[in-house]
Design a protein. Structure first.
Ligand SMILES: N[C@@H](CCC(=O)N[C@@H](CS)C(=O)NCC(=O)O)C(=O)O
Length: 235
């Protein structure tokens, strides 16, 4: 009988949800995927909150470590990087730099772009347009993406020559700038980094797991992507 994979991943096709998928696909690790459906509010059910008290995705459970559950996508990437000894540099300075950019994604880029998206792609289609909030979050998203562009002038990846969990965390968010209505065409280093990561087969695969969302990346029918997305969330 085939052995059950160590890692069970509970996720959905979102910017945070794709991060551990990218890691696992990059490593070629066998994992069990559980698609959490927002339309059924599965992420709020008691059994799921036992694993993730925040009631959001993603979460992993490591069967080989007493069914240890990890929530928060940055902590998940960090846990997986240590477990499999990949994508987190061994030398202490680069390790710290990786965690700095991971934190910058978790505390800055994700929350600001997430709010820019929420106000424009969920609240507004449901009839609540707030120009002050939109302006604030789009300008802050743009500022943070400029910080990234500056860092990427120094090397091909966020921590110089090495592709790390910081790139994996940042990519799904920065790449969704269209969904946040935050133009970045004039940021050349960011564009070059997109092109570099777009070419990675594991990333291309990951963005279709558990389903593809071309609308986030400015492709396909934007109006129906927006309506579909907004229908899954209450205000
Ligand atoms: N800081 C958390 C954020 C998780 C999060 O906000 N997940 C969203 C999808 S990107 C979610 O589960 N949304 C469902 C909901 O709001 O109920 C992380 O990085 O894991």
């Amino acid at each position: 009988m085939a052995q059950r994979p160590d890692i069970v991943l509970y996720t959905a096709a979102t910017m945070n949800g794709w991060k551990p998928v990218i890691f696992l696909e990059e490593c070629g690790i066998d994992y069990e995927l559980v698609h959490i459906h927002f339309s059924n509010n599965e992420q709020k059910q008691d059994w799921y909150r036992e694993l993730n008290p925040n009631g959001r995705i993603p979460t992993i459970v490591d069967r080989s470590n007493d069914d240890f559950a990890v929530f928060e996508s940055g902590a998940i990437l960090w846990y997986l990087a240590e477990k499999y000894d990949q994508f987190l540099p061994g030398n202490d300075k680069d390790r710290s730099r990786t965690l700095q950019w991971l934190m910058f994604q978790m505390a800055g880029v994700g929350p600001m772009m997430g709010q820019a998206m929420w106000f424009q792609r969920i609240a507004e289609p449901k009839g609540h347009r707030d120009d002050f909030a939109i302006d604030r979050y789009v300008r802050e998203s743009r500022r943070l993406l400029e910080v990234l562009d500056g860092q990427l002038a120094r090397g091909p990846f966020l921590v110089g020559a090495e592709y790390t969990i910081a790139d994996m965390a940042m990519y799904p968010w920065a790449r969704s700038h269209h969904w946040a209505k935050t133009p970045v065409d004039d940021l050349p280093n960011l564009q070059a980094w997109f092109a570099r990561l777009d070419q990675r087969p594991a990333i291309a695969r990951a963005l279709s797991i558990p389903e593809a969302k071309p609308g986030f990346f400015g492709r396909g029918d934007e109006a129906s992507a927006e309506a579909d997305n907004a229908s899954k969330f209450e205000l």
